[in-house]
Design a protein. Structure first.
Length: 232
C-alpha cells in the first residue's frame, strides 16, 4: 500500500506525522464467525504493530517499519521509539528531490538555506524509490519517539520536528528544577483544573540547527520539543 501510494504521488506534504498502529489476529476463519472484531486498545494477545509515517493533512502513508525488538540500533540510539523513527527518516531520505527544487519550508535564520545542510546519513540513497519530497519535511510525533539523540539526528541531517517530550528524557544539561516534571497522583484535584503554570522556553542554536524546548505545568507536566520548525 505504501509503495503504491508513493508511486502515484507527484509531491508529498512537507509535514509528516508518525505514530504506532496495531492489528489483531484471532485465527483464520470465514466472515461472521466472530473471531475478528474492532480493537478497543493497543494491547492484543495476537497480532502485531507497525510504526507509520503519513502526510499530516490526509492519510497518505509514506514509510513504515514493523515493531519488534530486533532492529539494529543506529546513530547511538537505544530507545525503541528513536530506533524506529531514525529508520523511517533514513527511508524517506531516498525520496528527497535534489537541491535543484525549492524547499517546502522557508529558510529560517540562523539556519543555512535549504540544500546546504550537510547530509550526515551514511546509508546510500535507494535509486529505485520515487523522489516525492520537495524538501526535508517537518515530522510530528509523540514522546515515545523523541529524546536528545533523536533531536540531534534530526537537526544535523537538516530535517525538522515537533513533538512532546517525556519527563524521563528531558534535555540534558538543564537542571530539572528549571523544567516542569511534576506528576499528580490519581484523583488529585489539581489535575482536574486547566492551568498554565510558569511556562519555560529554552532555545539552543548549535551545529547548524535550532532546538526549542517549551516546558509548562498544566493538568500534568507538559514538555514540547522542536527542531528547525519555529520561525520566531
Amino acid at each position: 500500500m505504501v509503495f503504491n501510494c508513493n508511486a502515484i504521488t507527484k509531491f508529498a506534504e512537507g509535514h509528516q506525522t508518525v505514530d504506532e498502529t496495531t492489528w489483531g489476529h484471532a485465527g483464520f476463519a470465514e466472515a461472521g464467525t466472530g473471531l475478528a472484531g474492532r480493537l478497543m486498545n493497543k494491547k492484543v494477545n495476537k497480532g502485531g504493530q507497525i510504526t507509520i509515517m503519513t502526510d499530516s493533512k490526509r492519510f497518505r502513508p509514506r514509510a513504515f517499519i514493523h515493531r519488534h525488538k530486533l532492529h539494529e540500533p543506529k546513530a547511538g540510539m537505544t530507545r525503541r521509539g528513536t530506533i524506529e523513527l531514525c529508520q523511517l527518516i533514513r527511508d524517506i531520505d531516498s525520496m528527497i528531490i535534489e537541491d535543484n527544487e525549492p524547499s517546502v519550508t522557508p529558510p529560517m535564520p540562523p539556519l543555512p538555506p535549504p540544500g546546504t545542510t550537510s547530509r550526515l546519513i551514511t546509508t546510500p540513497r535507494d535509486p529505485t524509490k520515487k523522489k516525492i519530497f520537495r524538501g526535508k519535511p517537518i515530522i510530528t510525533a509523540d514522546n515515545f519517539f523523541f529524546d536528545d539523540k533523536m533531536c540531534e539526528f534530526i537537526g544535523e541531517n537538516g530535517y525538522g520536528s515537533i513533538g512532546t517530550n517525556a519527563r524521563n528524557v528531558l534535555p540534558k544539561g538543564i537542571d530539572k528544577k528549571y523544567l516542569h516534571g511534576e506528576k499528580h497522583p490519581s484523583g488529585c484535584k489539581y489535575s482536574k483544573v486547566a492551568r498554565y503554570t510558569k511556562p519555560i522556553v529554552a532555545v539552543k542554536d548549535e551545529g547548524g540547527y535550532q532546538r526549542v524546548h517549551i516546558s509548562f505545568q498544566s493538568t500534568n507536566a507538559t514538555n514540547i520539543t522542536t527542531v528547525n520548525c519555529l520561525l520566531s
